[in-house]
Design a protein around this ligand. Sequence first.
Ligand code: AHG
Ligand code: MN
Ligand code: MN
Length: 331
Amino acid sequence: MAFTPTLTQYLLGQLAAHPDRKDLVLIMSDLATIGKIISRETNRAGLASILGAAGSTNIQDEEVQKLDVFANELCKNYLRTTGHFCAMASEEEDTVVDLGGEGKGGGKYVIAFDPLDGSSNIDVNVSIGTIFSVHRRLPDLPTAAPEHFLQPGKEQVLAGYILYGSSTVLVFSFGNGVHEFTLDQSLGEFFLSRDRMQVPKKCKYYSVNEANFKYFQPRDQKFVTYLRDELGCGARYIGSFAADFHRNLITGGIFLYPGVDKKGTGEYKPKLRLNFEAKPMAFLLAHAGGLAMADSEEILAIKPVDVHQRVPIVMGNKEVMREYATMKKDA
Ligand code: AHG
Ligand code: MN
Ligand code: MN
């Protein structure tokens, strides 16, 4: 009887094949543990009465839900003890968290994370996720220098997400294939469920908040219309990027969060964050036969200018994205 490898067995296999990847294998194991803990808390949310807004707002000026706070504190407190990182950046933290002062200056990596993505869905029992992005620390810079987080996405060495849905799945890539593991809650083990994932060629769904359609630039309006009326894609939008991304990765689809101009100023403002959402997902997509763009740039090529920079996002399988790339900005 063939036995499905556990995450531990899979990572040990990676270690045997790539001894230089030891640190990343250990980091992935730590992130899996964080995923198990947040999964447990997410499933208890209704019981643990941690529903409802904590009352504060974060740097994105969004109401912070208590599970957001729990997940952010957990990520920071757990990751700082691992010794892998010289600094961390969280979507929920205004500034970079410096780990140099804690004798962790030896950390060879930095990590950016969205501790809880889709927080508006926490108290309506809809899938939410944790997104992570790991870069090598840049040489000759202080541990908390923002430059560590201003590297283009193609320099990531590990990226992925944990999705807390009907089951808890972990999807990640070291840059050699995208792999999905599913958590067996009764054992507390992740088991390999999809190996070397590839986005299907057929674009089954498009995912966009169509309430913003009238605020999109003409090119984005044209592309949404093309997906819906010419390709005949179905509409699916969950409102948690990790969940929408995961479904499209499996079924084939395009995710869009274009810039919106709600004031008629001609400035199309993006919402999603380059370091915490766009880069990690673009990295996965690139290794699963997809393409992720921010207007006319490939997301993986963008050099961030600010740790909390936001970008417009259009991403999915390459063939369909080529159509977007050919559409002129002024459509
Ligand atoms: P977060 O909860 O981390 O702020 O992320 C929410 C993001 C993303 O997950 C989702 O795709 C998007 O916000 C939904 O935005 P709208 O509600 O404006 O469509
Ligand atoms: Mn998010
Ligand atoms: Mn978030």
